[in-house]
Design a protein around this ligand. Structure first.
Ligand SMILES: C[S@@+](CC[C@H](N)C(=O)[O-])C[C@H]1O[C@@H](n2cnc3c(N)ncnc32)[C@H](O)[C@@H]1O
Length: 423
């Protein structure tokens, strides 16, 4: 028996993307016959048999998903907590027009203004702004409000109980502006924040101000053409006079990796441009030099593990972000606001350094032309805070699809829709 013509059970399971148990069942059902390796008597599979199964499995995967949707008319968005514009760019790429953006950080505002001189950037604390001039003027209000706990007076949280929080401001603006749909974006941790009470409070406030909240979903950016394992919680409110369902964007099957982010390929038509970036101190370079791509602190010699990890070494838990080097053939781990943090290290695959500013921007799927204002650390912060543009674009298509249905339904039923009220 020439063993290279055969796959072991584990190898066959990996190649087919099925569990070992499934393969054993296929063997019992006669779908895939195993043979016994003469010396060990282990189950092995003929390569030709496995290959003949791969084709139909590949055709089962629907690679023809297409979420794109052309707007029936000009839809406008008011974008709150806009940052450096990750979500705003994505919405623009989907075909949504930007009516105005609010942001407190002066560097993020500079970024927005320098890249889009025509955008109406309202710089300052959201609490200081009235948005009544946008009432019935925009279809969409979006915003990645920072997550804060509420203090509960009664059982059900009302808008006034949330005063002082940034979610209150988000809801206050939605109430003021009366859009057809509002979309909040947040970290996955909001699901469990204060044992889920914070999220429940937000849902009950949106209900009180006239919005039904679609069951909340956490979207994985890797399913939306983003080469990064970032997750975002999406909170969608639909104005109660509208009888149209919102559907989240369908996830794609193709997963992009770091190579797709930084090298010429399907995502970008050229290699990542050179740019500034922060550096590691010498002692960190010496440690990370010992870690291979896709490796982390466990790949270090034991004495260096202990020295590098300090007390964390004895605390248990995976800590897979420590001394982590990303591999070319995997999506990046979630980028944070600073590229060289001990708990969330993301070292370049070939060189012992953090990602540069432009590499950071690529992993968040910003266009290369989008420039960031401020010091290098301000730039990293703006990029690390952003919704990946490609995820924003897919959200944009899903919003357009929803609004197209709202308007085409009202045309068919010969009733008309105004931004003020569906009649
Ligand atoms: C998670 S980031 C939003 C990222 C943005 N959606 C993007 O895709 O790039 C939250 C933003 O809220 C801004 N922010 C925090 N407090 C604010 C306030 N009181 N008024 C206005 N903006 C505020 C922060 O400066 C930060 O840029």
């Amino acid at each position: 028996m020439v063993i290279k013509d055969y796959y072991s059970l584990s190898e066959a399971a990996e190649v087919l993307g099925k569990s070992k148990e499934t393969l054993r069942r296929w063997d019992r059902d006669g779908k895939l016959d195993a043979v016994r390796e003469p010396v060990s008597n282990y189950r092995v599979y003929r390569k030709e048999d496995i290959n003949s199964l791969i084709e139909p499995l590949l055709s089962e995967i629907d690679n023809n998903i297409d979420n794109t949707e052309v707007p029936l008319k000009d839809y406008k968005v008011l974008e709150l907590f806009a940052g450096a514009g990750g979500l705003a760019i994505g919405l623009e790429q989907s075909g949504i027009k930007c009516a105005a953006l609010n942001e407190i950080d002066k560097w993020a505002c500079k970024t927005l203004r320098e890249n889009r001189p025509k955008w109406n950037v309202l710089q300052g604390d959201i609490k200081e702004f009235s948005f009544t001039k946008y009432k019935n003027e925009v279809e969409i209000v979006t915003g990645g409000f920072p997550c804060q706990a509420f203090s509960y007076a009664g059982k059900k949280l009302g808008l006034e109980d949330a005063r002082g929080t940034l979610f209150y401001e988000f809801a206050r603006v939605v109430k003021e502006v009366n859009p057809l749909i509002c979309v909040g974006e947040n970290v996955k941790g909001l699901l469990s924040h204060d044992k889920g009470k914070t999220l429940q409070g937000m849902i009950s406030i949106l209900d009180e101000i006239g919005y039904n909240v679609v069951p909340v979903q956490v979207l994985k950016a890797i399913n939306y053409n983003v080469p990064q394992k970032r997750e975002r919680l999406i909170l969608v409110g639909i104005r109660k006079d509208i009888d149209v369902e919102y559907e989240y964007p369908t996830p794609y099957n193709v997963i992009y990796n770091l190579s797709d982010a930084l090298k010429k390929g399907e995502l970008y038509d050229k290699d990542v441009p050179k740019s500034e970036g922060s550096k590691y101190p010498e002692h960190k370079i010496q440690v990370l030099d010992l870690v291979p791509p896709k490796g982390y602190w466990r790949d270090l010699p034991l004495d260096i593990q202990k020295e590098y990890m300090g007390k964390s070494f004895y605390l248990g838990g995976g800590k897979t972000g420590m001394a982590r080097r990303i591999g070319w053939d995997e999506p990046s781990l979630t980028l944070t606001c600073s590229p060289a943090q001990k708990q969330t290290e993301r070292c370049h695959p070939d060189e012992t350094r953090p990602f540069t500013v432009r590499e950071y921007a690529r992993i968040q799927t910003f266009p290369d032309e989008w420039k960031f204002a401020g010091s290098i650390s301000q730039q990293y912060k703006q990029i690390g805070n952003a919704v990946p543009c490609n995820l924003g674009k897919e959200l944009g298509y899903s919003i357009i699809k929803f609004l197209n249905s709202v308007y085409s339904k009202s045309n068919k039923s010969e009733s008309s829709i105004s931004l003020a009220k569906v009649v």
